[in-house]
Write a protein that binds this ligand. Structure first.
Ligand SMILES: Nc1ncnc2c1ncn2[C@@H]1O[C@H](COP(=O)(O)OP(=O)(O)OP(=O)(O)O)[C@@H](O)[C@H]1O
Ligand SMILES: [Mg+2]
Length: 381
């Protein structure tokens, strides 16, 4: 086992495209670190550089004590699991799992013990003589995991290993892989574009956009303290609502709405009267009708455009006469949306009687509002 360290690692492809820029990551010994970001942001490139499948254009990479920039993939002591797990179709599960050990000329008895141990952990004991074609998707995925774990590597590298599975199986395997990783204690670098997968599996989650690392933290900290509007919008579902707004004294001006904040954080007060960005998570709004307290000073009264009842909660869509902020690219914020009407999404308590097309009052949890600088997109905290 070992830690994996990336210091200012960059990747420029032959055509001149820079896929990863100055990536700093420290995957601690035994840690499960998830790299998450939208499609094309450089996740697989980063993983392939750690794997040694892609040359590093700049910076330094270490696995354990060893600088591996120029070490060949096969000498890096890592095991990979990919999206298309590429099992050998003509080989049994037993042979698939043991293949790397056989290549490494591990003594037969040793190989047998390790394959059976892995099969036991993965609950594949009964399938050892079957071929991949006779397995379910989840079982095939576990065989791919088996091939990685028999090698007892310094680190696991996994690139979207669950994306070929249906939704239900994905949720199940998510839990199984996380549990297995914890039992084995092997340093793991896991890549996905799915923020829910990232949040549920990772000890820490690294968010990347356009090849640039945005933030690395525990799932809860990412959710509670996003450092910029990209992370704020990317983590959480439905996404955080983001609007241009101003704070005057203790009052938030959000379109025509006036919200009494009570206390204003110092960093926000410093921008009194200036346009900034306010972020409101859907779960930080609720139906004012359900509140016994007087909430008039912190509600948005509007018409619900769509109400979706999920049983456990009610998703309410409504219009708000404020300017929306697109979290995708902080550089072009100013040019955005010339319309001064935006949509908002709230998650109401299931006891709410909000109906599509009818008036609603959404009360804000003013202690949980997020504020960002409009120009830089950085959190004001
Ligand atoms: N060999 C290559 N030459 C040039 N550009 C490449 C090459 N491979 C990938 N890219 C580009 O680098 C960027 C990052 O690719 P990468 O595969 O790392 O993205 P990703 O985050 O894994 O995306 P996805 O979630 O879709 O798998 C993309 O814009 C891609 O088009
Ligand atoms: Mg990829």
């Amino acid at each position: 086992m070992a830690e994996v360290v990336l210091e200012k690692v960059s990747k420029i492809y032959e055509n001149g495209f820079q896929a990863v820029t100055d990536l700093d990551l420290n995957i601690q010994d035994g840690e499960f670190l998830v790299l998450v970001g939208p499609s094309g942001c450089g996740k697989s490139t980063a993983l392939r550089m750690i794997a040694g499948l892609e040359e590093i254009s700049g910076g330094e990479m270490r696995i354990g004590e060893q600088v591996v920039n120029d070490v060949e993939s096969k000498d890096r002591d890592i095991a990979m699991v990919f999206q298309n797990y590429a099992l050998y179709p003509h080989m049994t599960v037993y042979d698939n799992i043991g293949f790397a050990l056989k290549l490494a000329k591990i003594p037969k008895e040793d190989l047998d013990r390790r394959v059976r141990e892995a099969a036991k952990i993965l609950e594949l004991d009964a399938q050892l003589n079957r071929k991949p074609g006779q397995l379910s998707g989840g079982q095939r995925q576990r065989v791919a995991m088996g091939r990685a774990i028999v090698r007892q590597p310094a680190a696991f590298l996994m690139d979207e290993p669950l994306s070929n599975l249906d939704a239900k199986l994905r949720v199940q395997m998510r839990a199984e892989i996380a549990k297995l990783q914890r039992e084995l204690g092997v340093t793991t670098f896991y890549v996905t574009h799915d923020q829910v997968e990232a949040m549920t599996m990772g000890d820490r989650v690294a968010v990347i956009k356009d090849g640039v690392l945005q933030q690395v933290d525990t799932p809860q900290n990412l959710y509670d303290y996003p450092e910029n509007i990209f992370v704020a919008a990317f983590i959480g579902s439905p996404s955080m609502n983001l609007y241009e707004a101003t704070v005057h004294g203790t009052v938030l001006h959000l379109g025509s709405n006036r919200i009494e904040l009570g206390e204003v954080p110092e960093k926000v007060a410093a921008h009194d009267g200036e346009t900034l960005v306010v972020g409101i998570r859907p779960e930080d709004m609720d139906d004012a009708e359900l509140s016994e307290a007087d909430t008039t000073e912190r509600t948005i009264t509007t018409t619900a455009s769509l109400v979706e009842s999920l049983g456990s909660e009610i998703i309410v869509h409504f219009e708000i006469d404020a300017r929306a902020v697109d979290a995708g690219d902080p550089d072009v914020l100013e040019e955005l949306a010339d319309e001064d009407v935006a949509t908002a999404v709230a998650r109401f308590n299931p006891r709410s009687r909000a109906r599509s097309g009818e008036r609603i009052s959404a009360v804000l949890d003013i202690e949980r509002l997020h504020f960002f600088n409009l120009e830089t997109g950085l959190a004001l905290r």
